[in-house]
Write a protein that binds this ligand. Structure first.
Ligand code: P6P
Length: 339
């Protein structure tokens, strides 16, 4: 038997690896309220992301790039066709999955009731973050945040279910549709990454126990806005450049965050004159990414406090976001104190 055949057979015998399903089941007891409902919810999210992954990969062939012609979303941003498709897919998956009584989405003004009033969870989601990159084949992502409802099971969810605050999240994650598709997840027991295997249609555990390096050499921000940034942020960026750190900015929070999570780095989206509250949305961008960052040993703040400690007041409120390696965040905060 030739070596190639032996190698091929040996590879075939290799274990597939831990699928997301098996990972969830193995940790069933570790999941809060281990009744299987959260596990099923995570499976529903993963299913929707697999469908969206397929549609992103075919977007150029299916005339689902470009603007949807349906005007702007609640943020006043032009809705891209894939935004609309992704939003519909996640809403449908969560409705059909039965574990979510309501959700909020970047694409919809109001709470979306699923009809599953006996379900125990609510979800906040940015179905497709980085819309401006859709048409130019640059990585985009989905960001989600999960809470246990606080209103009585059987009743309709209310605003209170969504305004519990970042520290009340029971799970958070993102899917990065990039050179490969990866789902990164935390349930408060650390952070794990699952790479999508198209041939199996499964997410396979590829990054167990992800930890963000304490230090980093990368800063990510839209340098074009620098003149608008608060003075301490300008001072921090000057320091980064004097230290010859690397500037990397993809324009998709999920992509910039993920690179910095793996390699070390800081992402900054400060408040500006045009966006005095910052640009990123607290409930379905800042909170989930902050939960993941802190679970991986990183930090996330708004320039004054931890992101997760910010008291929410409305569904689509914005916040400045500084997130990444703890030493870099501490240096930035030191600038504010000195500034
Ligand atoms: P700007 C995408 O629209 C997004 O919400 C983040 O994913 C990204 O980091 C940021 O906005 C880009 O914003 O103003 O630099 O184009």
């Amino acid at each position: 038997m030739t070596m190639n055949v032996q190698t091929a057979l040996a590879n075939l015998a290799l274990p597939v690896g831990t699928t997301l399903d098996r990972y969830i089941m193995q940790r069933q007891t570790a999941f809060p309220y281990a009744t299987g409902e959260l596990s099923q919810l995570l499976r529903d999210m993963a299913l929707a992301s697999k469908i969206i992954n397929r549609e992103i990969n075919r977007a150029g062939l299916m005339d689902i790039t470009g603007s949807a012609g349906s005007g702007n979303n609640v943020q006043g941003e032009t809705q891209q066709k894939l935004d609309v498709v992704a939003n519909i897919r996640f809403i449908r998956a969560l409705k059909n999955g039965g574990e979510v009584c309501a959700l909020i989405s970047e694409e919809d003004e109001d709470i979306i009731h699923t009809g599953n009033d006996n379900a125990k969870y609510v979800v906040a989601i940015d179905p497709l973050d980085g819309s401006s990159n859709i048409d130019v084949n640059v990585s985009i992502g989905t960001i989600f945040s999960i809470y246990r409802r606080i209103t009585p099971v059987g009743s309709k969810a209310t605003l209170a279910d969504f305004l519990q605050g970042g520290d009340q999240q029971v799970a958070a994650g993102y899917i990065l549709y990039g050179s490969s598709t990866i789902l990164v997840l935390t349930t408060g027991e650390g952070v794990s990454g699952f790479t999508y295997d198209n041939s199996l249609g499964e997410y396979i555990l590829s990054h167990p126990n992800l930890r963000q390096p304490r230090a980093g050499q990368i800063f990510s921000c839209n340098d074009g806005n620098e003149a608008d940034y608060p003075i301490p942020v300008q001072a921090y960026l000057r320091q980064c450049k004097q230290q010859r750190l690397t500037g990397r900015y993809i324009g998709s929070l999920v992509a910039d965050f993920h690179r910095n999570l793996i390699k070390g780095g800081i992402y900054l989206y400060p408040q500006t004159a045009r966006l005095p509250e910052g640009k990123l949305r607290l409930l379905y961008e800042c909170y989930p990414m902050a939960f993941i960052a802190e679970q991986a040993g990183g930090r996330a703040c708004n320039g004054e406090q931890r992101i997760l400690a910010i008291a929410p007041t409305s569904l689509h409120q914005r916040s400045p976001l500084f997130i990444g390696s703890s030493d870099m965040i501490n240096q930035l905060n030191g600038m504010s104190l000195n500034g």
